[in-house]
Design a protein around this ligand. Sequence first.
Ligand code: KIV
Ligand code: ZN
Length: 521
Amino acid sequence: MSPATHRVVIFDTTLRDGEQSPGAALNVSEKVEIAHALEEMGVDVIEAGFPVSSPGDFRAVQRISREIRNCIICGLTRANRKDIDVAAEALQEAAYPRIHTGLGVSDVHIRHKLRITQDEALERGVDAVKHAKKYVEDVQYYTEDAGRADPEYLYRVLQAVIAAGATVINIPDTTGYSTTDEFGALIRGIVDNVPNIHQATLSVHCHNDLGMATANTLAAVRNGARQVEVTVNGIGERAGNCSLEEVVMALRTRHDLFGLETGVSTRRIYPVSRLVSQLTGISVQPNKAIVGANAFAHSSGIHQDGVLKERTTYEIIDPRDVGVPDSEIVLSARSGRAGLRHRLAELGYTLDNEQFEKVYGRFLEVADKKKTVDTRDLEAIVADEVQMFFDETYHLEQVQVSCGDRSIPTATVSIRGPDGHVHCDADHGTGPVDAVYRAINRVIGEPNELIEFSVQAVTEGIDAVGRVTIRIQADEPVQENGVERRVFSGRGSDTDIVVASAKAYMFALNRLIAARREAGG
Ligand code: KIV
Ligand code: ZN
């Protein structure tokens, strides 16, 4: 799997650094589903998780290792033997396993976080690489906070870990502190000053705290990096990681400048972006490059006129090249099963019969209310019916609300529980959504706090499908009798936003219950 130098290796860390975004918490099945989508899109490396961090992460790395055959599967560790032993175990069945170990290199990390000397940190790193080499040939070493490190010390560390057997070295700008010129020069300095650098692939991992992650990554590529660490939609710690779609499309659109290729099938970019947004509950901002709702929208008359005469007047990328569907095609109830099946295939969805029948049922309901169903409605339906949370303990059978300016909002819900019985209850609240949530709480009884609630119209018009995204926060038991406040997101869509709100709440509650079960609580 070693790349030619004209090839940039795409290392996707959506499932590890991306999943560290607050509220993104994915369950094992959702991670496996994303891993399959990444494989199909053509990424080279999937960082599947941090196996020692939780039983869920361990199982996700294990299942992804078993099921994905065409990518390198990578597990993160700290530079200690226990982490490495656990990662090696999780990666056992991978076709191409990689252990990603490492340690801080900046003064602030060595002095304040690690509280050891530079030499001790260097020795610890070398020992970790040697230990990982006992399990796998492919060992990647990260030099955390390299963006703020003393370059001379960084060169020493790199030389030592490559001599110990590291096959890839990762230069992270952990805090997103570097400017583009600085980061490019840091990479150039490494190429020029680390004598054995050509024995390893040079990788970069940029965070977006100053909005420069993509620019810094591309500057690094211009200076010799040949692996880029990215996430779908740029999700990740704080302001996120470098975005996969931006780097891949920059390399492709400006091939004249870079002269470099990736293995990504760019037409899969948009469907994968939607999948990640739906499963993590993190929406994509409308003006996000490449995958935002407005990325290819032309609103001013002058621009529209130009694009109609010649697309390239205002478009540097053909939206079809990144898989953005033609939203003008609409279906109606008369389109029937064949029409729906055909359109879903065009949009890149492969559904089995059971999934298709569920989608068809919902499609008929929406078509009945709205008359026409466009691409965005279909995406919302598939998200609800297929890319739905797998581990559903409680299922919402029915919700009914009465409200108005002269009445007390009151809701009745019927919920099927794990015992197979349907439980009904009712409550009132300050508004219809509050009443529904209280009624659901009476049945399920999982204490939590609603911290975010948003409604978006999926399409235009009074009959639009509404998508509700929520976040709830709850105390989760963690190892050694501790408690951690964790965030769970949920989403639901319907032409009735109260129903969509109920679905979103059920989604988040089921996630909370599954996480608790996974943690053994
Ligand atoms: O940002 C960072 O430094 C990281 C490392 C663990 C690779 O995510
Ligand atoms: Zn990171």
